[in-house]
Design a protein around this ligand. Structure first.
Ligand SMILES: Nc1ncnc2c1ncn2[C@@H]1O[C@H](COP(=O)(O)OP(=O)(O)OP(=O)(O)O)[C@@H](O)[C@H]1O
Length: 245
């Protein structure tokens, strides 16, 4: 109980300080913008689905601590870009480096350092949140006890601790979305890819996610946030990329 309380306190303290110092943080993040090696580097990325070209030569550098809003209309190629970065689509032209490594070189180690919240996710609904999250944590190499502790902390921060032992099939859409978000954070990734992460969340949960993202960025995490809705993205991002053909 003490640990939960401590985590809640740290989480809230971080959130409060983020809001109090939001301008300073923005300024600090802007300073980070062009310093050092990019954490994600995309050069002349072209991707075709059959005869159709979806990505027409994208060039982009993303630096540590940035929250990138990756915006474009439906069908612009946002999810496709994210899938390339995650190594889920290999048939592209151009160079993509994550954490300094070319992702086409076959070394998948970088995947331990990234988290992903997909737009549409398959989630094992017959498992409880505890079973699902500890399973994901162990896939990322965490010990069961550590995964369990981390999962419960994150469930608590999203006010879902009372559902920890319940089957995911009994969760609302927004609750499932939160579980997916927790699953993406359980291994403390350096880069977080989010594909429309707020879909299905109520206003309060949107606030929690926004605060959490600001908190993560302040800790030096990099966030790649893909969405077709400018409204929320412009409030949380410190750099916006518009994808238009
Ligand atoms: N597996 C696929 N096979 C063929 N075409 C595809 C495939 N996946 C996506 N596309 C097409 O590629 C284009 C880009 O799709 P993508 O899902 O990347 O867009 P998006 O910007 O994420 O859109 P949305 O905002 O609707 O999620 C669309 O025209 C889509 O129909």
């Amino acid at each position: 109980m003490i640990q939960i309380y401590r985590f809640k306190r740290i989480f809230r303290t971080c959130i409060v300080s983020i809001y109090q110092n939001v301008d300073i943080l923005r300024e600090e993040r802007m300073k980070l913008e062009y310093v050092g090696e990019p954490i994600i580097s995309i050069r002349d990325l072209v991707l075709n689905y059959g005869n159709k070209t979806v990505l027409h030569g994208i060039n982009l550098n993303v630096f540590k601590g940035q929250i990138i809003g990756y915006i474009g209309p439906n069908g612009a190629g946002k999810s496709t870009t994210v899938k390339v970065l995650l190594g889920l689509i290999g048939e592209y032209k151009g160079d993509v480096k994550i954490l300094g490594r070319d992702i086409s070189d076959g070394d998948v180690e970088y995947k331990r350092k990234i988290g992903y919240v997909p737009e549409v996710a398959d989630i094992y609904e017959s498992l409880t949140a505890q079973e699902y999250l500890t399973f994901i944590g162990q896939l990322y190499g965490l010990e069961y006890t550590r995964a369990d502790q981390k999962a419960f902390q994150l469930m608590t921060s999203f006010e879902l601790d009372h559902m920890y032992g319940s089957r995911i099939s009994s969760f609302s859409k927004g609750m499932k979305q939160k579980v997916l978000l927790i699953a993406s954070l359980i291994h403390n990734p350096e880069i977080l890819f989010l594909d429309e992460p707020l879909s299905g969340l109520d206003a309060n949960s949107v606030m929690v996610v926004k605060e959490l993202l600001a908190c993560l960025a302040a800790q030096g995490k990099t966030i790649f946030y893909s969405s077709h809705i400018m409204d929320v993205v412009e409030k949380i991002s410190n750099r916006i990329i518009l994808l238009d053909n």
